[in-house]
Design a protein. Sequence first.
Length: 181
Amino acid sequence: MNRFERWTVWVSAVATGMTGLGFMWAKYLTTTTEPWAVVNHPLEPWFLKAHIIFAPVFVFAVGLIATRHIAPHIRERVDHGRRSGLAMVWMLVPMTVSGYLIQVVTVPVLVTMLVAVHIVTGLVFLLGLTGHAVALIRKSLEPSAVDARQESPPMSGLQSIVESAASVRHGPARRESGDPN
């Protein structure tokens, strides 16, 4: 993934998740003292509107990385972050479809079922997202592979200076195979 894709996915996923949690809190976990109140908390409509704005950006971002990140990692059975990644992938379709259908279905029983599916799949997705972030942090903290320059025999002082200057101007210097110096 390039930097734009990475930032688009992470920012839209976190924004969609946080607004979804905020809406769930405002709608289902708060109560109002007003007998004629339409909403339980004044922030409820704001969380909902923000969630509805961020969600399509997130769906776009997932589509952006589907062929260059998700599909190859599934096909190649990449171990690092696999469980969290698969948890997110399996939740994407039911979470997305239920989110869109909640807005258009008018039968109360179906809306209740869709809301339940959306909440459960959304929470599992957020757990997968958290696990994926932890896996990425762990990977970044692992000692990296030994630099190729450290594996080769030591260079003379002049050759080291020349290669350093060349790498600054033209990128890392390439050595011929079989030539240790």
